[in-house]
Design a protein around this ligand. Structure first.
Ligand code: C2E
Ligand code: MG
Ligand code: MG
Ligand code: MG
Length: 289
Protein backbone atom coordinates (compact mmCIF):
# COMPACT_ATOMS: atom_id res chain seq x y z
CA UNK A 1 0.00 0.00 0.00
CA UNK A 2 2.88 2.34 0.87
CA UNK A 3 4.33 1.56 -2.52
CA UNK A 4 1.03 2.32 -4.22
CA UNK A 5 0.81 5.72 -2.60
CA UNK A 6 4.44 6.48 -3.34
CA UNK A 7 5.85 9.95 -3.02
CA UNK A 8 2.90 11.66 -4.61
CA UNK A 9 0.49 9.89 -2.30
CA UNK A 10 2.38 11.17 0.68
CA UNK A 11 2.52 14.70 -0.65
CA UNK A 12 -1.17 14.59 -1.34
CA UNK A 13 -1.76 13.44 2.24
CA UNK A 14 0.31 16.26 3.77
CA UNK A 15 -1.39 18.82 1.55
CA UNK A 16 -4.73 17.58 2.85
CA UNK A 17 -3.48 17.93 6.43
CA UNK A 18 -2.31 21.46 5.78
CA UNK A 19 -5.60 22.32 4.19
CA UNK A 20 -7.47 21.28 7.30
CA UNK A 21 -5.14 23.21 9.62
CA UNK A 22 -5.40 26.16 7.26
CA UNK A 23 -9.15 25.86 7.19
CA UNK A 24 -9.22 25.91 10.96
CA UNK A 25 -7.10 29.08 11.00
CA UNK A 26 -9.36 30.69 8.43
CA UNK A 27 -12.41 29.77 10.50
CA UNK A 28 -10.77 31.11 13.65
CA UNK A 29 -9.93 34.37 11.87
CA UNK A 30 -13.52 34.56 10.69
CA UNK A 31 -14.83 33.81 14.15
CA UNK A 32 -12.93 36.78 15.56
CA UNK A 33 -14.74 39.21 13.29
CA UNK A 34 -18.10 37.43 13.13
CA UNK A 35 -19.61 39.19 16.13
CA UNK A 36 -18.78 42.70 14.88
CA UNK A 37 -19.80 41.67 11.40
CA UNK A 38 -23.26 40.64 12.57
CA UNK A 39 -22.81 37.18 11.08
CA UNK A 40 -24.41 35.31 13.97
CA UNK A 41 -28.09 34.76 14.38
CA UNK A 42 -30.28 32.62 16.60
CA UNK A 43 -32.94 30.19 15.48
CA UNK A 44 -35.47 28.81 17.93
CA UNK A 45 -36.78 25.26 18.13
CA UNK A 46 -40.10 24.59 19.87
CA UNK A 47 -40.27 22.38 22.95
CA UNK A 48 -43.61 20.66 23.14
CA UNK A 49 -45.64 19.05 25.91
CA UNK A 50 -46.15 15.46 24.74
CA UNK A 51 -49.61 15.01 26.26
CA UNK A 52 -51.23 18.29 25.20
CA UNK A 53 -49.16 18.90 22.08
CA UNK A 54 -48.62 22.51 23.11
CA UNK A 55 -45.39 24.42 22.68
CA UNK A 56 -44.26 25.61 26.12
CA UNK A 57 -40.73 26.73 25.35
CA UNK A 58 -38.03 27.16 22.74
CA UNK A 59 -34.33 26.35 22.55
CA UNK A 60 -32.06 29.03 21.09
CA UNK A 61 -29.60 27.58 18.56
CA UNK A 62 -26.82 29.69 17.08
CA UNK A 63 -26.19 30.00 13.34
CA UNK A 64 -23.14 31.50 11.65
CA UNK A 65 -23.41 32.89 8.15
CA UNK A 66 -19.78 33.11 6.99
CA UNK A 67 -19.25 35.59 4.11
CA UNK A 68 -17.19 33.05 2.12
CA UNK A 69 -17.99 29.60 3.55
CA UNK A 70 -21.71 30.13 3.87
CA UNK A 71 -23.61 28.57 6.76
CA UNK A 72 -21.17 27.03 9.24
CA UNK A 73 -22.92 24.63 11.65
CA UNK A 74 -22.33 24.99 15.42
CA UNK A 75 -20.75 21.53 15.44
CA UNK A 76 -17.92 23.09 13.45
CA UNK A 77 -17.32 26.31 15.36
CA UNK A 78 -18.48 25.96 19.00
CA UNK A 79 -15.44 23.80 19.85
CA UNK A 80 -13.18 26.35 18.13
CA UNK A 81 -14.85 29.16 20.05
CA UNK A 82 -14.24 27.18 23.25
CA UNK A 83 -10.55 26.55 22.45
CA UNK A 84 -9.91 30.18 21.60
CA UNK A 85 -11.90 31.68 24.45
CA UNK A 86 -14.14 33.49 21.99
CA UNK A 87 -17.05 31.56 23.50
CA UNK A 88 -17.15 34.15 26.30
CA UNK A 89 -18.11 37.18 24.15
CA UNK A 90 -20.12 34.96 21.77
CA UNK A 91 -21.90 33.38 24.74
CA UNK A 92 -22.73 36.84 26.09
CA UNK A 93 -24.16 37.78 22.72
CA UNK A 94 -26.28 34.60 22.74
CA UNK A 95 -27.59 35.29 26.27
CA UNK A 96 -28.45 38.91 25.47
CA UNK A 97 -30.02 38.12 22.11
CA UNK A 98 -32.12 35.27 23.52
CA UNK A 99 -33.30 37.41 26.45
CA UNK A 100 -34.10 40.33 24.16
CA UNK A 101 -36.14 38.02 21.94
CA UNK A 102 -38.06 36.55 24.87
CA UNK A 103 -38.86 40.09 26.05
CA UNK A 104 -40.03 41.04 22.55
CA UNK A 105 -42.44 38.10 22.35
CA UNK A 106 -43.73 38.99 25.80
CA UNK A 107 -44.16 42.66 24.84
CA UNK A 108 -46.01 41.61 21.70
CA UNK A 109 -48.59 40.02 24.01
CA UNK A 110 -47.75 36.45 23.03
CA UNK A 111 -48.25 33.62 25.55
CA UNK A 112 -45.19 33.07 27.74
CA UNK A 113 -42.60 30.52 26.63
CA UNK A 114 -39.42 29.44 28.38
CA UNK A 115 -36.23 30.42 26.56
CA UNK A 116 -33.57 27.69 26.79
CA UNK A 117 -29.97 28.67 26.17
CA UNK A 118 -27.07 26.24 25.69
CA UNK A 119 -24.02 27.04 27.77
CA UNK A 120 -20.74 25.33 26.90
CA UNK A 121 -18.04 24.24 29.37
CA UNK A 122 -15.65 27.17 29.25
CA UNK A 123 -18.54 29.61 29.35
CA UNK A 124 -20.05 27.83 32.34
CA UNK A 125 -16.73 27.71 34.18
CA UNK A 126 -15.98 31.40 33.64
CA UNK A 127 -16.20 33.02 37.06
CA UNK A 128 -18.75 35.69 36.21
CA UNK A 129 -21.26 33.40 34.46
CA UNK A 130 -24.00 33.90 37.05
CA UNK A 131 -23.56 37.69 36.87
CA UNK A 132 -23.54 37.55 33.07
CA UNK A 133 -26.87 35.73 33.09
CA UNK A 134 -28.22 38.27 35.59
CA UNK A 135 -27.05 41.13 33.38
CA UNK A 136 -28.75 39.71 30.30
CA UNK A 137 -31.99 39.32 32.26
CA UNK A 138 -31.82 42.81 33.77
CA UNK A 139 -30.89 44.51 30.50
CA UNK A 140 -34.09 43.16 28.99
CA UNK A 141 -36.37 43.40 32.02
CA UNK A 142 -36.89 39.65 31.92
CA UNK A 143 -37.87 37.41 34.83
CA UNK A 144 -35.32 34.70 35.58
CA UNK A 145 -38.17 32.20 35.42
CA UNK A 146 -38.40 32.81 31.68
CA UNK A 147 -34.93 31.42 31.10
CA UNK A 148 -33.49 27.92 31.24
CA UNK A 149 -29.84 26.96 30.88
CA UNK A 150 -28.89 23.68 29.18
CA UNK A 151 -25.66 22.04 30.31
CA UNK A 152 -24.16 18.63 29.56
CA UNK A 153 -23.16 15.93 32.03
CA UNK A 154 -19.56 16.13 30.87
CA UNK A 155 -19.46 19.82 31.72
CA UNK A 156 -20.79 19.23 35.24
CA UNK A 157 -18.42 16.36 35.94
CA UNK A 158 -15.34 18.44 35.05
CA UNK A 159 -15.59 19.93 38.53
CA UNK A 160 -18.61 18.52 40.28
CA UNK A 161 -18.61 20.63 43.44
CA UNK A 162 -17.98 23.87 41.55
CA UNK A 163 -20.67 23.07 38.96
CA UNK A 164 -23.32 22.12 41.48
CA UNK A 165 -22.55 25.33 43.39
CA UNK A 166 -22.98 27.42 40.27
CA UNK A 167 -26.16 25.62 39.27
CA UNK A 168 -27.53 26.25 42.77
CA UNK A 169 -26.77 29.98 42.38
CA UNK A 170 -28.62 30.09 39.07
CA UNK A 171 -31.52 28.19 40.57
CA UNK A 172 -31.65 30.58 43.54
CA UNK A 173 -31.90 33.40 41.00
CA UNK A 174 -34.93 31.68 39.48
CA UNK A 175 -33.29 30.27 36.34
CA UNK A 176 -34.12 26.62 35.63
CA UNK A 177 -31.56 24.09 34.43
CA UNK A 178 -31.64 21.03 32.24
CA UNK A 179 -29.14 18.32 31.36
CA UNK A 180 -28.63 18.16 27.61
CA UNK A 181 -27.69 15.01 25.65
CA UNK A 182 -28.39 12.87 28.71
CA UNK A 183 -27.00 9.36 28.42
CA UNK A 184 -24.04 10.22 26.22
CA UNK A 185 -21.79 11.68 28.90
CA UNK A 186 -20.62 10.27 32.15
CA UNK A 187 -22.26 11.17 35.41
CA UNK A 188 -22.59 8.91 38.39
CA UNK A 189 -26.10 8.34 39.65
CA UNK A 190 -25.13 9.63 43.07
CA UNK A 191 -23.96 12.88 41.47
CA UNK A 192 -27.15 13.17 39.44
CA UNK A 193 -29.30 13.32 42.54
CA UNK A 194 -27.40 16.39 43.73
CA UNK A 195 -27.95 18.39 40.51
CA UNK A 196 -30.39 21.26 41.08
CA UNK A 197 -32.04 20.70 37.71
CA UNK A 198 -35.61 20.44 36.49
CA UNK A 199 -35.33 18.45 33.25
CA UNK A 200 -33.38 15.59 31.67
CA UNK A 201 -33.08 15.70 27.89
CA UNK A 202 -32.75 12.21 26.39
CA UNK A 203 -30.10 12.44 23.69
CA UNK A 204 -31.37 12.16 20.15
CA UNK A 205 -29.08 9.20 19.43
CA UNK A 206 -31.42 7.05 21.57
CA UNK A 207 -34.56 8.55 20.03
CA UNK A 208 -33.41 7.98 16.45
CA UNK A 209 -33.84 4.18 16.43
CA UNK A 210 -36.51 3.99 19.11
CA UNK A 211 -38.89 2.12 16.82
CA UNK A 212 -36.66 -0.87 16.13
CA UNK A 213 -33.78 -0.96 18.59
CA UNK A 214 -34.46 -2.71 21.90
CA UNK A 215 -31.32 -1.19 23.43
CA UNK A 216 -32.41 2.37 22.69
CA UNK A 217 -35.89 1.60 23.98
CA UNK A 218 -34.44 0.24 27.22
CA UNK A 219 -32.30 3.35 27.67
CA UNK A 220 -35.19 5.72 26.95
CA UNK A 221 -37.45 3.87 29.41
CA UNK A 222 -34.73 3.86 32.06
CA UNK A 223 -34.09 7.60 31.68
CA UNK A 224 -37.83 8.36 31.86
CA UNK A 225 -38.29 6.35 35.05
CA UNK A 226 -35.04 7.59 36.61
CA UNK A 227 -36.02 11.19 35.85
CA UNK A 228 -39.47 10.76 37.34
CA UNK A 229 -38.11 9.08 40.47
CA UNK A 230 -35.88 12.13 40.91
CA UNK A 231 -38.87 14.43 40.39
CA UNK A 232 -37.57 15.71 37.08
CA UNK A 233 -39.30 16.26 33.78
CA UNK A 234 -38.01 14.23 30.88
CA UNK A 235 -37.71 15.62 27.35
CA UNK A 236 -36.86 13.56 24.26
CA UNK A 237 -34.81 15.42 21.65
CA UNK A 238 -34.65 14.61 17.95
CA UNK A 239 -38.23 13.31 17.61
CA UNK A 240 -38.78 12.97 13.88
CA UNK A 241 -41.54 10.40 13.44
CA UNK A 242 -45.06 9.79 14.64
CA UNK A 243 -43.95 6.32 15.76
CA UNK A 244 -41.29 7.81 18.06
CA UNK A 245 -43.78 10.33 19.45
CA UNK A 246 -46.30 7.60 20.23
CA UNK A 247 -43.71 5.39 21.94
CA UNK A 248 -42.62 8.30 24.14
CA UNK A 249 -46.18 9.34 24.97
CA UNK A 250 -47.21 5.77 25.82
CA UNK A 251 -44.19 5.44 28.07
CA UNK A 252 -44.90 8.59 30.03
CA UNK A 253 -42.19 10.88 28.65
CA UNK A 254 -43.19 14.50 29.35
CA UNK A 255 -41.82 16.64 26.56
CA UNK A 256 -40.42 16.46 23.08
CA UNK A 257 -38.41 18.48 20.63
CA UNK A 258 -37.67 17.59 17.02
CA UNK A 259 -38.39 17.94 13.34
CA UNK A 260 -41.77 16.19 13.74
CA UNK A 261 -43.16 19.32 15.37
CA UNK A 262 -40.72 21.88 13.96
CA UNK A 263 -37.17 22.45 12.87
CA UNK A 264 -35.33 25.38 14.45
CA UNK A 265 -37.03 28.46 12.94
CA UNK A 266 -36.80 32.26 13.05
CA UNK A 267 -38.24 34.38 15.85
CA UNK A 268 -40.98 35.53 13.50
CA UNK A 269 -42.05 31.97 12.79
CA UNK A 270 -42.15 31.22 16.53
CA UNK A 271 -44.40 34.25 16.99
CA UNK A 272 -46.69 32.86 14.29
CA UNK A 273 -46.82 29.44 15.96
CA UNK A 274 -47.58 31.02 19.33
CA UNK A 275 -50.33 33.13 17.79
CA UNK A 276 -51.95 30.14 16.15
CA UNK A 277 -51.64 28.16 19.35
CA UNK A 278 -53.34 30.91 21.34
CA UNK A 279 -56.09 30.94 18.75
CA UNK A 280 -55.40 34.61 18.01
CA UNK A 281 -55.40 33.90 14.29
CA UNK A 282 -58.41 31.65 14.58
CA UNK A 283 -56.48 28.51 13.69
CA UNK A 284 -55.96 25.40 15.79
CA UNK A 285 -52.66 24.57 17.44
CA UNK A 286 -50.73 22.53 14.90
CA UNK A 287 -50.18 18.87 15.70
CA UNK A 288 -47.26 19.03 13.37
CA UNK A 289 -45.41 21.82 11.68
P1 C2E B 1 -28.06 20.46 21.26
O1 C2E B 1 -28.10 21.55 22.27
O2 C2E B 1 -28.25 19.07 21.75
O3 C2E B 1 -29.14 20.87 20.18
C1 C2E B 1 -29.92 19.94 19.45
C2 C2E B 1 -29.44 19.80 18.04
O4 C2E B 1 -30.26 18.84 17.37
C3 C2E B 1 -29.56 21.07 17.19
O5 C2E B 1 -28.49 21.05 16.25
C4 C2E B 1 -30.90 20.87 16.49
O6 C2E B 1 -31.01 21.60 15.29
C5 C2E B 1 -30.84 19.39 16.21
N1 C2E B 1 -32.16 18.80 16.06
C6 C2E B 1 -33.34 19.22 16.56
N2 C2E B 1 -34.34 18.41 16.23
C7 C2E B 1 -33.81 17.41 15.50
C8 C2E B 1 -34.35 16.23 14.86
O7 C2E B 1 -35.54 15.94 14.92
N3 C2E B 1 -33.46 15.44 14.21
C9 C2E B 1 -32.13 15.72 14.14
N4 C2E B 1 -31.34 14.88 13.47
N5 C2E B 1 -31.58 16.82 14.72
C10 C2E B 1 -32.42 17.64 15.40
P2 C2E B 1 -27.59 22.34 16.00
O8 C2E B 1 -28.41 23.58 16.02
O9 C2E B 1 -26.75 22.05 14.80
O10 C2E B 1 -26.67 22.39 17.28
C11 C2E B 1 -25.77 21.35 17.56
C12 C2E B 1 -25.15 21.54 18.91
O11 C2E B 1 -24.34 22.72 18.92
C13 C2E B 1 -26.16 21.72 20.04
O12 C2E B 1 -26.65 20.48 20.46
C14 C2E B 1 -25.30 22.42 21.06
O13 C2E B 1 -24.49 21.52 21.74
C15 C2E B 1 -24.43 23.31 20.19
N6 C2E B 1 -25.05 24.64 20.11
C16 C2E B 1 -25.99 25.10 19.27
N7 C2E B 1 -26.31 26.37 19.55
C17 C2E B 1 -25.55 26.73 20.61
C18 C2E B 1 -25.44 27.93 21.38
O14 C2E B 1 -26.14 28.93 21.18
N8 C2E B 1 -24.50 27.92 22.39
C19 C2E B 1 -23.75 26.81 22.67
N9 C2E B 1 -22.87 26.89 23.67
N10 C2E B 1 -23.85 25.68 21.97
C20 C2E B 1 -24.75 25.63 20.95
MG1 MG C 1 -29.35 21.93 23.80
MG1 MG D 1 -29.17 17.99 23.04
MG1 MG E 1 -27.13 17.03 21.12
Amino acid sequence: RAKELGKNGFQYYTREMNASVEEKLVLLEGLRSALEGGQFSLLYQPKVDLRSGRMFGVEALIRWQHPVHGMVPPSRFIALAEESGLIIPIGDWILHTACRQAAQWRDAGLPPVTMSVNVSPRQFEEKRLVERVGEALAANGLDAGAVEIEVTEGLIMRDLAQSVGKMAQLKAMGVTLSIDDFGTGYSSLSALKSFPISTLKIDKSFVRDLADNAGSQAIALAVISLGHRLNLRVLAEGVETEQQRRFLLENDCDEMQGYLFSRPVTAGEIAGLLQRQAGLAGAEAPACH
